[in-house]
Design a protein around this ligand. Structure first.
Ligand SMILES: [Mn+2]
Length: 449
């Protein structure tokens, strides 16, 4: 099969650079430009037209290529990569799995985790260059080309920062991508959706009057970016999602001790920010712009700036030589895949345990940003199975609390083809009798309805 030849021709994906090297071998998946681009309200706009897809406002419906910008206005020796996970096909190449089977692969990986390991600092590429916040000229705004996605955004945003912190009592760790806004030369604001695990650690530290050390790794193996998007109950409090990435690669993720805080970071990351979540300090997210807006979010709307959110005091930035910054835009196919494939895995896992063999597959559809809508393919083998598909849907809502809509289809419907799903709804569905409403359930805080 061609796929096998391709595997032997390409080195395995172990970090961002090897992922980009793989994409360069695939037709139409990679675009690189030396044309200078402004990280302020230009870079993300270019990507929106060329690559984004998904819930991004349309000039086009296509899922375009990954983009790498080699010249960033105001910055030297740093490039920016956007959109690696922006198509299901690309993710399938990164994880060496058929696109339709990705949810199953992720489910199996959660069930067979491989814990991260620590390596010596000397062999960690993420610490080749070190900038300390105590240096006189230290300024995050000059070091990091974090894009301001639109003119009205609250500031430059770190959208692909893999935040890693540990429970002050148990020492258990968690990795999650959070919305981080650069607020000053050495401060970030951090918005944590209620219930997130790092917020639980932060609250414990705050109750003890202590800061919570946190590392932010940027530019890593895409397997880590996707694994980090698992949420409870699939990965409960204390479950380090890096162990899912370890399972995906069959090899533990390597971590290194941070230079200035008691925490670890991803050793192969392009860039690491080391800092502390400060106790009892809050900041208004748009204090520098007063626009009332944060940044474009995954449902396809601009998120509101938060009134009072936690602050990270940055202690250091470390990076590889000539690092590659990694960013994304909230609306678009990249978010769909990162949030959606773990959603699919969570639903497959829970329904599979309750009724083995009945749920054939799930697609966390692009229209819901990978979170709000799931299309479930249910196998009814006998007349007594009628109604069990509804139990499967109820289980899906428990498997992923941010889910809002489920569409149930039979095994002959291609769940990845929206036309096929719409056909099934036109020909097999009677809205007044076949729709089940569950009143008063909270979904995702960013759902504008
Ligand atoms: Mn977690």
């Amino acid at each position: 099969m061609p796929k096998k030849e391709q595997q032997s021709a390409c080195p395995p994906v172990t970090d961002l650079r090897s992922a980009l090297a793989l994409l360069k071998t695939l037709p139409g998946e990679y675009v690189e430009t030396d044309t200078e681009v402004d990280p302020h309200a230009e870079l993300s706009g270019v990507y929106r037209y060329v690559g984004a897809g998904g819930t991004c406002q349309r000039p086009t419906r296509k899922n375009g290529p990954v983009m790498v910008f080699n010249r960033i206005k105001g910055f030297d020796d740093i490039s920016v990569a956007i959109g690696l996970n922006g198509s299901r096909k690309r993710v399938s190449h990164f994880l060496n799995c058929e696109p339709e089977k990705l949810g199953h692969l992720l489910k199996d990986s959660v069930q067979n985790p491989i814990a991260p390991v620590e390596i010596e600092g000397a062999s960690a590429v993420c610490q080749e260059v070190v900038h300390l916040a105590s240096d006189a000229d230290f300024d995050l705004r000059k070091l990091l080309p974090a894009p301001t996605n639109t003119e009205e955004d609250a500031g430059p945003y770190i959208t692909m920062g893999l935040c890693y912190a540990s429970d002050p009592e148990t020492g258990e760790s968690d990795i999650t991508i959070h919305r981080l806004c650069v607020q000053s030369s050495d401060e970030l604001s951090m918005w944590l959706t209620p219930g997130r695990h790092i917020d639980a650690f932060r609250m414990k530290a705050e109750a003890a009057g202590k800061p919570l050390p946190i590392s932010i790794s940027i530019g890593v193996d895409p397997a880590i970016e996707i694994a980090a998007c698992f949420e409870p109950p699939t990965t409960p409090l204390g479950f380090d999602e890096l162990s899912v990435a370890g399972a995906l690669r069959g090899r533990a993720v390597e971590m290194v001790k941070c230079k200035t805080i008691n925490e670890k970071a991803i050793a192969h990351a392009e860039i690491v920010i080391e800092g502390e979540l400060l106790p009892n300090v809050r900041v208004r997210e748009d204090q520098n712009t007063n626009t009332g807006k944060a940044m474009p979010e995954f449902p396809g709307y601009t998120g509101e700036a938060k009134e009072a959110i936690p602050v990270i005091k940055v202690k250091a930035v470390t990076h590889r030589q000539k690092p590659i910054w990694r960013t994304t835009v909230g609306p678009g196919e990249e978010h769909v895949n990162m949030a959606g494939i773990p959603t699919e895995a969570s639903i497959l896992d829970m329904v599979g345990r309750a009724m083995p063999g009945k749920l054939l597959n799930v697609f966390a559809h692009s229209a819901g940003g990978g979170k709000l809508l799931a299309v479930m393919q249910f196998k009814k083998s006998a007349p007594v199975d009628e109604g069990r598909q509804r139990q499967a849907a109820l289980l899906a809502f428990s498997a992923f609390p941010e889910l809002k809509h489920v569409i149930l289809v039979d095994e002959d419907v291609d769940i990845f083809d929206s036309d096929d799903v719409m056909w099934a709804m036109q020909t097999r569905y009677q809205g007044d009798v076949d729709t089940v409403f569950i009143p008063g359930v909270r979904c995702h805080p960013l759902d504008p309805s």
